[in-house]
Design a protein. Structure first.
Lengths: 224, 535
C-alpha cells in the first residue's frame, strides 16, 4: 500500500499519497486546475502557495508544483497577487539610481525585516537584491535576482508593499541592455548579413541536391 | 557515505565512479550515418507503427499522426451545438494573436511597433508557456568561425533533410538579428567581461553557437518580452482559449471564437489577420510518455487550424528529449537540459559504460537510452521503471568546483529540492515527450494556405524537418514570431472582410459523419484530464 498523508486544501481534509507534490495531490483530490498551474516544473511562478503544518507556528510559502506534501499541511493557493508593475519605455531609461526612485520609490521604505528572503521559493536573498536596487547597483541586483520566477511570495509577506519581482526584472533589463558590454561580434555579423554578404552562399546551399547535402553534412568538420 | 538513492542504484554508481577517470580521458566515438539509422529504426518511438493512426479526413487525409492527435482531429468541435452569435463582436482588431508564449509575444510587439491594433488571447497567463521553460539556450551563427550557411547545414541535416529550405534560410539568416533584438530589449545573455557571448555546443551543432542565460534562457527571454508587451500597452486577454477559427464568405480567416476558461462563456473576436502561436503538444502524452511541457501544451492550434482547412506537415514527427527526469517521481518527465551534457556530463549505463557520444542529435540519443534499457543495461528506479545515468559530477571535475551552481542553477535546485546533490552523485534519466517537430504548414513568409492566417512558433511545421536541434526552437519562436507580426501588420491593410461564419465547422462535422468517425470526445483538448474522480 502506498503511504498516505492527510492534507487540508482550503481547510478541507483529503487523504493523498505521500509521494505527490501539492499540485498533483490537488488533482488526486479531484481538482481540475485552471489557475495556479503553468509550467508544472518550477519555472513560471504560477503556483504560489502558502501553508502551515498543523501545530506549527511558522507560515511557509512554496511552489505547489515543486513541493512534496507532508502530514498536516494546511494549504491555500495564491492564484493571483496584485503586484504593481510600473510601465516604462526601456529605451528612454538611463541605468542610474534615479530610475528606481522614480519607478519604484517604495523600495526605500524597506524596514529590513527580511520576510521577503524567508518567503522566497527560490531561496534568493531578496532583501539584499532590493538593497542593491536602492543603491542603483543594477548589476548586482540582476545577479542576485536572476533565478526569480515571479511567484510573488515575497511580496505577499512584505510590510512595505514592495513588488520585488518587478524591481528585479527592471534591474535585469537595465543590466542586459545598458551595463553589460556590447557583443561586437554580434553587431558585426548582423551588419554583414544586412550587407548581403551571405546571400549568394545561402542561395547556393539551398539549391544543392539532397545527396550532395548529405555528403556535406556527414563530412562536416565539428569544432572541438 | 552520501547515499540519496536506494541500494541497487548506489551499487551501480560505484561502477560509474570506477570508470569515470578512464571515461574522461577519451571522448566517446561519434556514430556513423548508418549506425544512427539502424539505432533510430529499431528504437525511436516515431518508428513504432502501432502508435500512429491514419488521418481520415481533411487536407492530410491518408497520412499518419500519433494516435492521440488523430483522435483530436477526428473529434467534434466544442461549439458544434452552441449558439454563437457572430453579429455580436466582443473584440475587433487588425491582428489577433492566439497564444501568449514567445512566438505570440514577439509577434505582438512587432505588430504593435508597425502600427497595428493587436491583441493577444492566451489560455493561462501570458508566459505560462513552453518558452518560459527553455533552459539550454538559443542558436545563432555570430562567431568568427561560424556562418549562417554552417548553421543551415546543421539545421537541415539534423532535421534529416526534411525541412523546407526557405524556412531554414529565414531561421539562420535572421538569427543574429534576433539575438541582438533580445539583447537590446534587455535580455541578459551569458557574456565574458569584454562582451563576447559565451557559446557552447548543443546536440548536432558543428560550431559552438548556443547562447544562454544560465539555464533559465527561456525564462529570461519570456519575462523580458512579456514585460515589453505590458509596457507597450498591448491588450492581453488571459485565461481565454481560442476554440475555433471564424472565416468569412470569401474563405478568408476572420477571427476566432474564444472561451473564458473560468466562467465557460464564449466570446467573439473579429480580426483581419490571425496568428496561431499556440505552441506544442506534450500534454497529449503520446505513447504514454511523461512530458517536459507546460500544462497548456495540447496541440489546440493544430486542431483549429486543421478544421479551418490548413494543412499539417511532419505531424508524425515528435521529439523525445533524451534526458527527462525518471527519478524522483515528483519530477517525472521534467527536462534535464541538454546543457548538462554541453558542459561535460556523459551518458553512462548501469555498468558504468559511456555507450554513446553525449552530443549526438536528440533522436539518436533518445533511441540510445531506450536501447540500453531494453537490452538490460538500464538502472532500475523505485516503481520498476528504468533509466541511464547522466554523470553530473564530471562537470565539476572538468569545469572546476562551483560550475554546476553557476551554469545550471535550475537543475541543481530541482534535484536539491528532493535531496539529490548532482555535484556528488549522477542523476538518472529517460526520454521525455518534448517537442512537436511538425505542425501547421507555412510558407517562407509564415502564411498558411488559408488567406490571412499565419502560424508561428512550435505550432508551425517545416522549419526543423523531422528533428529539431537544441536552441533552434527558441530561435524559431523569435524569428518567426517577429516575422509574423511584421507580415500580419502589412497584410491587414489590404484585407476587406466579408460576412463572418462558422460554416467550416459544420462541413467538417459532415465529413466526420460521412467517414463514420465518432470518438465521443470534443476538441481541441485545452487542458489535460488530470483530476482523479473516484466515481
Ligand atoms: C522544458 C523545455 C525546455 C526547452 N529548452 C529549449 C532550449 O533550451 N532551447 C530551445 O531552443 N528550445 C527549447 N525548448 C523548446 C521551446 O522552448 C519551445 O518550443 C518554444 O518556446 C515554443 O514557443 P511557442 O511560443 O511556440 O509556444 P509556447 O511558448 O508554448 O506558447 C504557447 C502559448 O499558447 C497558449 N495556448 C495554447 N493553446 C491555446 C488556445 N487554444 N488558445 C489560446 N492560447 C493557447 C499556451 O497556453 C501558451 O501560453 C524547450 C521546451 C521545453 C518544454
Ligand atoms: S524573489 Fe522571485 S522567486 Fe523569490 S519569492 Fe519573490 S517572486 Fe518568488
Ligand atoms: S519584506 Fe519588504 S520590508 Fe521586509 S526586508 Fe523585504 S523588502 Fe524590506
Ligand atoms: S507551475 Fe510553474 S512554477 Fe509551479
Amino acid at each position: 500500500m502506498e503511504k498516505m498523508v492527510n492534507v487540508y486544501f482550503f481547510g478541507k481534509k483529503y487523504s493523498v499519497p505521500a509521494s505527490l507534490t501539492i499540485m498533483t495531490a490537488m488533482e488526486y483530490a479531484g481538482y481540475t486546475l485552471k489557475r495556479g498551474c503553468g509550467c508544472r516544473h518550477g519555472f513560471c511562478g504560477a503556483c504560489a502557495t502558502i501553508y502551515r503544518i498543523k501545530g506549527q507556528n511558522e507560515l511557509k510559502t512554496c511552489l505547489a508544483c515543486s513541493t512534496q506534501v507532508e502530514e498536516g499541511m494546511y494549504i491555500a493557493s495564491i492564484p493571483f497577487f496584485p503586484t504593481d508593475k510600473r510601465v516604462y519605455e526601456i529605451k528612454d531609461l538611463k541605468p542610474n539610481q534615479q530610475v528606481m526612485m522614480e519607478l519604484y520609490p517604495e523600495i526605500y521604505s524597506c524596514i529590513g525585516c527580511n520576510a521577503c528572503t524567508k518567503a522566497c521559493t527560490q531561496s534568493l536573498n531578496v532583501m539584499q537584491y532590493i538593497a542593491y536596487a536602492q543603491r542603483g547597483e543594477f548589476e548586482k541586483c540582476a545577479e542576485e535576482s536572476f533565478d526569480c520566477v515571479s511567484c510573488g511570495c515575497c511580496s505577499v509577506r512584505c510590510p512595505a508593499g514592495i513588488s520585488h519581482p518587478m524591481v528585479g526584472l527592471l534591474a535585469r533589463r537595465l543590466n542586459g541592455k545598458y551595463i553589460a558590454p556590447e557583443a561586437e561580434h554580434l553587431t558585426k555579423r548582423v551588419e554583414e548579413i544586412n550587407n548581403g554578404e551571405f546571400d549568394s552562399m545561402i542561395e547556393q546551399i539551398m539549391q544543392k541536391p539532397i545527396t550532395e547535402m548529405k555528403e556535406l553534412y556527414n563530412t562536416r568538420e565539428i569544432e572541438k | 557515505m552520501y547515499a540519496p538513492y536506494p541500494e541497487n542504484m548506489m551499487e551501480s554508481i560505484k561502477k560509474v565512479e570506477a570508470s569515470r577517470a578512464a571515461r574522461m580521458a577519451t571522448e566517446p566515438r561519434r556514430l556513423t550515418a548508418e549506425e544512427k539509422d539502424a539505432l533510430l529504426n529499431e528504437f525511436h518511438p516515431d518508428r513504432k507503427p502501432d502508435a500512429f493512426a491514419e488521418i481520415k479526413i481533411g487536407p492530410n487525409k491518408g497520412q499518419k499522426a500519433p494516435l492521440e492527435l488523430a483522435k483530436m482531429l477526428h473529434s467534434t468541435s466544442r461549439i458544434l451545438n452552441e449558439k454563437i452569435d457572430l453579429s455580436k463582436v466582443d473584440y475587433d482588431v487588425d491582428v489577433l494573436v492566439i497564444g501568449g508564449g514567445g512566438a505570440g509575444s514577439s509577434c505582438a510587439i512587432e505588430a504593435h511597433n508597425a502600427g497595428a491594433n493587436v491583441m493577444i488571447v492566451t489560455k493561462l497567463r501570458i508566459g505560462d508557456a513552453n518558452t518560459m521553460m527553455a533552459e539550454g539556450g538559443i542558436q545563432a551563427a555570430d562567431k568568427e568561425n561560424d556562418s549562417p550557411v554552417q548553421h543551415y547545414l546543421d539545421c537541415f541535416g539534423g532535421g534529416h533533410f526534411d525541412a523546407k529550405p526557405e524556412l531554414v534560410k529565414r531561421l539562420v539568416m535572421e538569427a543574429p538579428d534576433a539575438i541582438k533584438w533580445l539583447n537590446e530589449l534587455g535580455v541578459e545573455f551569458d557574456k565574458t567581461d569584454d562582451g563576447r557571448m559565451v557559446t557552447t555546443h548543443g546536440g548536432g551543432t558543428s560550431r559552438k553557437r548556443m547562447h544562454a542565460a544560465k539555464d533559465y534562457s527561456g525564462a529570461e527571454i519570456m519575462r523580458t518580452i512579456r514585460d515589453e508587451v505590458i509596457n507597450l500597452g498591448i491588450p492581453v486577454v488571459e485565461f481565454t482559449s481560442a476554440v475555433e477559427l471564424i472565416k468569412d464568405d470569401k474563405g478568408q480567416v476572420a477571427g476566432a471564437v474564444l472561451l473564458n476558461m473560468e466562467t465557460g462563456d464564449y466570446s467573439v473576436a473579429k480580426a483581419k489577420t490571425v496568428v496561431i502561436a499556440t505552441g506544442g503538444a506534450g500534454r497529449m502524452h503520446y505513447q504514454g510518455f511523461p512530458t517536459s511541457n507546460h500544462y497548456g501544451a495540447t496541440a489546440d492550434g493544430l486542431v483549429l487550424g486543421y478544421r479551418a482547412g490548413a494543412a499539417l506537415r511532419n505531424q508524425d514527427s515528435i521529439q523525445y528529449h533524451p534526458t527527462g527526469a525518471i527519478y524522483p517521481s515528483q519530477i517525472l518527465g521534467a527536462l534535464v537540459t541538454e546543457k548538462v551534457r554541453s558542459v561535460g556530463a556523459q551518458l553512462v549505463n548501469a555498468n558504468g559504460e559511456a555507450y554513446i557520444h553525449p552530443l549526438e542529435t536528440r533522436d539518436v540519443n533518445a533511441s540510445g537510452v531506450i536501447r540500453e534499457c531494453k537490452e538490460g543495461r538500464g538502472v532500475e528506479v523505485p516503481g520498476g521503471a528504468q533509466g541511464v545515468w547522466l554523470d553530473t559530477p564530471m562537470i565539476e571535475i572538468l569545469g572546476g568546483e562551483g560550475t554546476i551552481e553557476k551554469r545550471i542553477p535550475a537543475m541543481f535546485r530541482m534535484y536539491m529540492n528532493y535531496g539529490i546533490d548532482m555535484r556528488k552523485v549522477p542523476i538518472v534519466i529517460y526520454p521525455t515527450l518534448h517537442y512537436q517537430n511538425g505542425g501547421l504548414e507555412i510558407d517562407g513568409d509564415g502564411f498558411t494556405s488559408i488567406p490571412n492566417l499565419l502560424v508561428a512558433g512550435e505550432a508551425a511545421g517545416g522549419i526543423h524537418g523531422t528533428n529539431r536541434l537544441m536552441g533552434n526552437s527558441l530561435l524559431d519562436v523569435i524569428v518567426f514570431g517577429r516575422n509574423a507580426g511584421k507580415q500580419a501588420s502589412k497584410k491587414y491593410k489590404e484585407v476587406e472582410l466579408g460576412n463572418m461564419n462558422l460554416d467550416h465547422v459544420q462541413s467538417y462535422d459532415a465529413e466526420l459523419k460521412a467517414a463514420s468517425l465518432e470518438t465521443g470526445e470534443v476538441s481541441p483538448l485545452l487542458l489535460p484530464k488530470y483530476a482523479r474522480h473516484e466515481r
